[in-house]
Design a protein around this ligand. Structure first.
Ligand code: UDP
Length: 328
């Protein structure tokens, strides 16, 4: 297939591009490189640098290429930042998706796989979360993802654009050959930050709050390996290719780990003492997010294959090999 990957030079996008090229798809990448890295892209991918909010730019990409489907990773994705600067999130995420859907309608592209988020659900007492849970985001990031899903629902009705929205839980890990991985600046995600301690980039890890309603007081998240995650996108494309209707799926593992358990597992994987301090809560964090993946298993034939040790080990291998990320 001819795939247009928006945000393809980002952490998750680049893993998707790598897999798609290995599967012999033809891949066009659009990325504004604000957080993405051109170095993470294989040379077989055709690359356009630009912002999806830029109509003229995106129009040219659609005009110059034959596109069978879009895979939309292009978004700002930090919960904490979104609490401080919600307008940035509505502008980048919602406006970007408006322009993208406009171009898809104009150029008759009828399929999109969309990166959504567990943050669309907000706080719930009963875990694991199924796709029919109420959506009540506790932060602007989740609100924008929910809004983007709703736009797609109406774009389906009006322009017959079929979508698969994948609600990611916590994505982590790196490619099994350690060639690509997570490189954000500044880094905010738990696993890469924890690994900065054994990499001697920070003295200790601060865990944000230990007074949550969980068994050890720290937040619980459901971590999914980035390679499992991108595999679900390939299955979602196949599902759309077969002419199926628009759907929303959770992508998680049905297993939650507390922040303290992540530190403990990282100690085991790295052999480092990993000093830790408890800090105050980070705004917008729900206590616990764990998904079921039964719907994706039943309909897409997908299930996670890697556990938390695999996730942390692969991230550790990547960071040891690339201590300065893509900068070297
Ligand atoms: N977290 C932490 N210290 C850090 C970074 C993150 O305690 O330096 C916590 C964060 O408050 C949350 C969990 O780790 O409870 C996962 O956060 P992350 O940013 O990795 O993902 P999110 O769940 O926000 O998407």
């Amino acid at each position: 297939m001819n795939l247009l990957v928006l945000g393809g030079a980002g952490y998750i996008g680049s893993h998707f591009v790598k897999l798609s090229i290995e599967l012999e798809h033809s891949v066009i990448v659009v990325d504004n490189l604000l957080t993405g890295h051109k170095e993470s892209l294989p040379k077989q991918a055709k690359f356009y640098e630009g912002d999806i909010r830029d109509r003229d730019f995106l129009n040219k990409v659609f005009k110059d290429n034959t596109i069978d489907a879009c895979i939309h990773f292009a978004a700002s994705s930090l919960v904490g930042e979104s609490m401080k600067d919600p307008i940035k999130y509505f502008d980048n995420n919602v406006n970007g998706t408006i322009v993208l859907l406009e171009m898809m309608a104009k150029y008759d592209v009828k399929k999109i796989v969309f990166s959504s988020s567990a943050a669309t659900y907000g706080s719930h007492e009963k875990m694991p979360i199924t796709e029919d849970y109420e959506t009540n985001p506790t932060n602007p990031y989740g609100e924008t993802k929910l809004f983007m899903e709703k736009m797609m629902k109406w774009a389906d009705k009006a322009y017959d654009i079929k979508y698969v929205s994948l609600r990611y839980f916590n994505v982590a890990g790196a490619s099994s050959d350690s060639s690509i991985g997570e490189d954000h600046f500044p880094e905010t995600h738990l696993i890469p930050i924890v690994l900065q301690v054994p990499l001697e980039k920070r003295e200790y890890i601060t865990i944000f709050g230990n007074d949550y309603l969980t068994f050890d007081g720290t937040c619980i998240r459901d971590y999914i390996h980035v390679e499992d995650l991108v595999d679900a996108h390939i299955k979602a494309l196949k599902y759309l290719e077969e002419g199926n209707s628009s759907e929303i799926f959770n992508l998680g593992t049905e297993t939650g780990f507390s922040n303290l358990q992540i530190v403990e597992t990282s100690r085991k994987v790295t052999g480092h003492k990993l000093p830790m301090k408890i800090g105050s809560r980070r705004l917008g964090d729900p206590d616990k997010l764990v998904a079921t993946y039964k719907k994706a298993e039943k309909i897409l034939g997908w299930k996670p294959t890697k556990n938390i040790e695999d996730i942390i080990s692969s991230a550790w291998s990547f960071h040891k090999k690339h201590p300065n990320g893509y900068k070297e």
